[in-house]
Structures are given as C-alpha cells and as structure tokens.
Design a binder for this molecule. Structure first.
Ligand SMILES: [Zn+2]
Length: 326
C-alpha cells in the first residue's frame, strides 16, 4: 500500500526517472503464469500474465536493464551469502500450463535466457482441472448472477463483467477457511453441475523433460496447489515432499526451489518454512512484489513482482522503482 502511495506522489512530482535510476542493486524476480490470449481458454482468464508478443517485449526490456541469472546461480549466491552487486533478475513461471511450453519456451530460447518453471505435480499430465479453472468454467457455463456458499461471509454478485465476477468468487474461496476442493463440490451442487469439465491445459512429463533439455530449470509448486497454511502436518509434508520426489524421480533432476501456491502472506508461515527445510529445499519464492537486496537473509521468503496483462515498460519501471526493499 505504501509503495502505491509513493508511486502516485513520485509520478505527480515527476520523479519517475530519478527513482528508476536510483533503484538499488538486488534480485528482482518476476513471475508469469499463463502466456497467450486469455479469450481462447474455457478456463480462468485471470491467470494470464501477458501475450506471447508482450513476453518477448518484456524479456528484451529486462535484458537491457538486468543480468538475468539462473536458479543455479541464485542458489550458489545464497550458499555463499553473497549480496547482489548489480541488478539481477530471475524469470519464473508458476503452475505448469501448456502455453509455458508452446508460447513461452520459444521466446525464452530466441532471447537466450533461462527461466524457472514451478510445477504443481498433481496437474502434470493428469487431466486434473485445478479449482480456480473449475470456478471460471462453472461461471462461464452456468452464468449465475450471484453466488453464495454457507461458509462465505457475503454473496458475490455479478456486475456486468464476467472476469471481475470470476476474480471475486476466487477471492471468496481463497478467504474461506474450507479447503478449495470442498468449496468447488458445494458450488457444483449449488449450480446442479453434472457435465464434468473440458480437458485440462497443463504440461505433461514429456514437456517438462524438453524444458530441462532446453536449458530451463524446474522447481516445485506443491502437489495439489492447495493453500499450505490450511493443511494438517501430514498433508503439508506430503505436498512438499511428494512434489519434490515426483519431479526428481520422473526427470532425474535435483529440486531445491519451491514457490508457495497463491503466495500471499497468509499462505505460508514458519511451520511451512520448517517443512521446506526438513524436506531439502534451499529457497522459496512468495508472490508479493519487492526487491531482494539481500536474498540470503531470507532465502525462504524471496519476493517476486507479478507481471499483469497490458503492462508497458513504463509500468514495469514504476513497479520496480517504488517497490519495497527486503
Ligand atoms: Zn500457482
């Protein structure tokens, strides 16, 4: 919130150029989800970060202003306790959607950069549709004008914009203490949904193998992509260890990096971090903007900037310039 006020004031005073030039050295990580045209999916359009053309433009911009480093280099820096002496960047993609392979990979290769893909292993080649995509599909298919589950605080009302309605329903589900899948079952009942879902849009193991062979890196993003702080001790350890061992055994690689599902402050805590340490992870990314000026101080709480549709270079510059420093 504070950085948003700083951004407004800085803009009014014409300080954007100055703050950009004086942005500190550190690790600037960016996060993408889906790449492509959000109108083409039957599922959640809000998971799209940008089009393929925008991704190409963003990466060219990043290459001009940052040293794009691999996860391997970052891990070595953390191990050596090295503070970044320039502006470094890690490119990350969460969830493992098929367009990461079909749309993002060619752009990354053409620009000769490495990115890390954080994979929710329960979605790999399983045909399983995740809860946020189910919500969007249910809304598009049944077109309800309002929704309310017993465990929600308020009704969620449709107000002429389907995308905003989907966003608000997803927010209600994330804010509710019940596990997401339980809420989906209740939504399906409320909407009398009996027709199942279209094929899921995620990468399979062969796609992941090709990513690795193309010089990309992988991390884990849990197995079922549920919010980790809502889970019992056993469920939590399963999410952390099963996703790691499944990636390692299926692909013959070491998995030492994690990104928290959803990734806001309330979705991980010290118990989750201890679980990560116990299962052999060396670092973890959240999904909150911020410059990691000293990444080795909190390797299990590395900040990432979200890339959103229609962002221009000026928007990105401002997002970095006024960001909180960690
Ligand atoms: Zn995710």
């Amino acid at each position: 919130m504070l950085s948003r006020i700083k951004m407004k004031v800085g803009r009014l005073l014409g300080l954007d150029g100055l703050t950009w030039r004086s942005a500190p050295n550190g690790l600037y990580s960016v996060n993408f989800h889906r790449i492509g045209n959000s109108k083409e999916t039957e599922f959640d359009p809000c998971v799209y970060s940008c089009t393929t053309e925008e991704l190409d433009a963003h990466i060219k911009f990043f290459k001009t202003h940052f040293d794009i480093i691999s996860l391997k280099t970052l891990s070595e820096m953390l191990l050596d306790n090295t503070k970044p002496s320039s502006k470094l960047m890690c490119l990350t993609f969460d969830d493992g959607y098929i367009d990461n392979f079909s749309n993002a990979l060619p752009v990354l290769r053409a620009n000769d950069v490495t990115a890390t893909f954080f994979i929710a292993t329960g979605l790999v080649g399983s045909g399983h549709v995740p809860w946020w995509d189910k919500v969007a599909y249910l809304i598009k298919y049944h077109q309800p004008k309002s929704l309310r589950l017993a465990a929600w605080r308020d009704d969620v009302i449709f107000e002429n914009c389907q995308e905003r309605f989907i966003r608000n329903v997803l927010h209600a589900i994330k804010s509710c203490k019940l596990p997401a899948q339980k809420q989906i079952n209740q939504l399906e009942q409320a909407l009398l949904h009996q027709n199942g879902y279209p094929a899921a849009e995620f990468m399979d193991w062969h796609h992941l193998k090709t990513l690795l062979e193309s010089g990309m890196e992988l991390g884990a993003h849990s197995h079922n992509h549920d919010i980790l702080t809502k889970l019992s001790e056993n469920e939590l350890l399963y999410e952390l260890s099963h996703s790691k061992s499944l990636l390692e055994s299926s692909l013959g690689c070491d998995i030492t990096a994690f990104s928290y599902p959803v990734g806001s402050k309330s979705t991980y805590d010290q118990r989750v971090i201890e679980g990560l340490k116990d299962t052999g992870y060396k670092l973890a990314f959240n999904f909150q903007p911020g410059i990691n000026t000293s990444p080795s101080t909190n390797p299990y709480d590395l900040h990432r900037f979200p890339i959103a549709p229609d962002m221009t270079n000026a928007d990105i510059r401002r997002m970095f310039s006024y960001a909180k420093r960690y």
